[in-house]
Design a protein around this ligand. Structure first.
Ligand SMILES: [Zn+2]
Length: 452
């Protein structure tokens, strides 16, 4: 993806001033009205300082074979930091989704056609979805202010989430507390919610959301689930048993700097925000920075890559904070690391095709998990080990967790399968969270009944 620091795009809105554009303004506007609207958009965009994605598209390619996949991989080198893979080239059975900036669309489409790579346009104009998302947030914010409430069906900024954490933990202090496990590269607090009914150093379950900052549905799901735990504790006898034996820890904003940046500047930012002398590109992929398999296939040593692994294992404060916390605790039995999108439930390994010792148990548990999820709204998930279901990825959270002795380690990819991708409308937050909760509850129930 383009980095502001070194490949400055045209000023936000500037391209819209240059004439007719795909998407453009809505029907029924007079030329004067449309020009006024463009100028207003321009002024607002400049004031907000946010990157504008007008005319950028998400293209989907279904590669027929390995050769076509490698032609897609070549695009990364041919158009460095221009083509942003939302679903990277993995295997012929999986679609490849890529965001292509308006300025590159012609070239990229030509390239695809010349290699007989058939594509469809999944998202015609990214900025249209971004504008809708921003409007929905503004509407919800007005409503929240007038009712002094918190909407679980809306997306929120980092500040709003941290404020919610304070009032949520204050309101439910019998069950939830807030722990600061470290500070981010830009010195923001890294917070974890602890759900506990007492005891000391009980068996524990870890859930993290938002390690990739643009995956907004995951933070929203983490928030909804946190609220579900306190509201269901008295009614759900399985949850009660779980919480009477185990503690649940949820890290909602696992990449606070990246998340703040998705609101202030670039909605599609994935990595953290660390910088190092002599390196012009910003950010490390926090899901490639873990010790297990560090530096292997499916991670990148180029700092400008979206899957840049960082200079060393756990070089990033956001990763080392978790490692220290989980290791220091010493009694974590399950870990669920939540991403989007693709609708998958997966388990280790990612860095190797080798099956883990309890592969069969994890396979069956993943199957039950997906079944429980499906029951809620009929959403179809696939499941399996990461390396065989998705792709080889090295230095990832769940591989580290597994090799650190947490034998129930899962990675989720939430909704959807690509219609909206990372820009899932807020109307899908609650249903996504409801089904994800049933999936996590299935895993926790199994862990409860299989102490080790
Ligand atoms: Zn992710």
């Amino acid at each position: 993806m383009a980095k502001l620091e070194e490949s400055p795009r045209s000023l936000p809105g500037e391209r819209s001033m240059q004439g007719p554009r795909g998407g453009g303004t809505g029907p029924g506007l007079s030329p004067v009205g449309s020009r006024t609207l463009l100028i207003c958009t321009f002024i607002l965009a400049v004031a907000w300082g946010q990157m504008n994605f007008t005319g950028d598209q998400v293209l989907r390619v279904l590669a027929k074979d390995e050769k076509q996949l490698s032609l897609l991989r070549d695009l990364e080198g041919l158009k460095p930091q221009k083509v942003d893979f939302w679903r990277g080239p993995a295997r012929p059975s999986l679609p490849v989704d890529m965001r292509v900036p308006f300025s590159e669309l012609h070239d990229v489409k030509d390239y695809l056609k010349s290699h007989n790579l058939v594509y469809t346009v999944m998202i015609k104009d990214i900025q249209v979805l971004l504008d809708e998302e921003r409007d929905a947030m503004a509407r919800s914010r007005r409503l929240e202010r007038s009712t002094s409430g918190f909407s679980y069906s809306s997306y929120h900024t980092l500040e709003e989430i941290y404020n919610w954490i304070d009032s949520f933990t204050a309101e439910h202090s019998n069950l939830v507390s807030k722990i600061r496990i470290g500070n981010s590269f830009e010195n923001r607090s890294i917070l974890v919610l602890k759900f506990s009914t007492g005891g000391s150093n009980r068996r524990a379950v870890w859930i993290d959301t938002g390690i990739h900052s643009r995956e907004w549905i995951t933070h929203a799901t983490g928030i909804w689930i946190s609220n579900k735990i306190v509201s269901a504790y008295g009614k759900d006898h399985v949850l009660k048993k779980i919480l009477n034996a185990m503690d649940i820890f949820i890290e909602i904003v696992t990449n606070p700097d990246g998340f703040a940046f998705t609101h202030s500047m670039n909605r599609l930012w994935r990595k953290n925000k660390s910088s190092r002398p002599g390196i012009s590109c910003i950010g490390v992929d926090l899901n490639r920075n873990w010790k297990t398999g560090f530096g292997g296939n499916g991670s990148n040593k180029n700092p400008c890559s979206e899957t840049y692994r960082g200079p060393a294992p756990q070089s990033e404060p956001e990763v080392s904070a978790i490692v220290e916390f989980i290791t220091g605790h010493g009694n974590f039995k399950a870990l669920v690391s939540i991403h989007s999108y693709s609708q998958m439930v997966m388990y280790p390994y990612g860095h190797s095709l080798e099956p883990v010792p309890n592969h069969e148990e994890l396979f069956n548990l993943a199957k039950d998990t997906v079944k429980a999820l499906h029951k809620v709204h009929g959403t179809e998930y696939t499941f399996g080990s990461i390396s065989t279901t998705l792709y080889t990825a090295s230095g990832i959270t769940v591989d580290w967790a597994y090799d650190s002795g947490i034998k129930y380690a899962f990675s989720f990819e939430l909704r959807d399968t690509g219609q909206y991708g990372f820009l899932l409308p807020a109307s899908q937050i609650v249903p996504t969270a409801q089904e994800t909760w049933m999936a996590i509850r299935t895993i926790m129930k199994h862990v409860l009944r299989h102490p080790y």
